[in-house]
Write a protein that binds this ligand. Structure first.
Ligand code: FPP
Length: 242
């Protein structure tokens, strides 16, 4: 039976991460340009943020642009960057109304200057909000993050702030882009692909996965609730015996 808004799940994950996939296929199925799929995908971002806020999710991390996405045709990359900038500019007042705090992870310095400026403006403006934390992964790659983490660790050692013998998983986590956030409890991937695509490689160690065939532009609150319900049925043992 499909879940309804009035029939909300009780076991809400604190942190949801999403690989938003299928914008291109959604557009192709309709004979539209891929960029139209991304535009509709941006509308879904808004719907899902609203739903997460209402359901009481604390953190939502969205894979909006990967390190590998730079290899796409120049026109598509430009369209995605423009869409991102537009999204930030037009949605920041809404984020203020909805008490959403915006954050970003990735090699943000690789983004076009206009995009970086708007991103920093939106982050700054929403920084005191206390509701949902929306984390956009931009120019993000899990392997790149780990390499940057190693460099940051070596820096701390060189400066005498850290001793090699003190390094453990907890210390290393503090050198990742995600150091301020808990690990995701639930990973959702749309459009049916069964891979991680270089997303949060370190942080997803004990995360529950939920894969749906639904393409990202078609993903809605009901789909989110179904994913959270499936999560609620899982028995998380974190490697221990139940
Ligand atoms: C994957 O679909 C999606 C992306 C590479 C970009 C995700 C971007 C958005 C959802 C819109 C912009 C985001 C924000 C935050 C405003 P795909 O193009 O790989 O789809 P395909 O696998 O069907 O080709």
């Amino acid at each position: 039976m499909p879940a309804t808004v009035n029939d909300e799940p009780r076991n809400i994950p604190r942190h949801i991460a999403i690989i938003m996939d299928g914008n291109g296929r959604w557009a192709r199925e309709r004979g539209l340009p891929r960029t139209e799929g991304h535009r509709r995908g941006a509308d879904t971002v808004r719907t899902v943020c609203d739903a997460c806020g209402e359901l009481g999710v604390d953190f939502l991390t969205l894979y909006a642009f990967s390190s590998e996405n730079w290899k796409r045709p120049k026109r598509e990359v430009q369209a995605l960057m423009k869409l991102l900038e537009q999204f930030l500019r037009t949605r920041t007042p809404e984020m203020m109304e909805q008490n959403i705090r915006l954050q970003a992870i990735g090699r943000l310095h690789a983004l076009p200057p206009a995009c970086q400026q708007q991103l920093h403006r939106s982050i700054e403006q929403t920084s005191q909000n206390t509701g949902l934390t929306l984390i956009l992964a931009l120019s993000y790659g899990g392997r790149e993050e780990i390499v940057d983490g190693v460099k940051s660790l070596l820096d701390s050692i060189e400066r005498g702030h850290l001793d090699k013998g003190m390094i453990d998983t907890e210390v290393f986590s503090k050198h990742l882009y995600t150091r301020y956030y808990p690990d995701p409890d639930l990973l959702i991937r749309t459009s049916g692909e069964m891979r991680l695509s270089n997303f949060l490689l370190w942080q997803l160690s004990y995360t529950e996965f939920y894969i749906t065939e639904t393409l990202w532009p078609d993903f809605g609150k009901e789909d989110l609730i179904n994913a959270i319900r499936a999560y609620g049925q899982r028995h998380r043992r974190f490697g221990a015996v139940a």
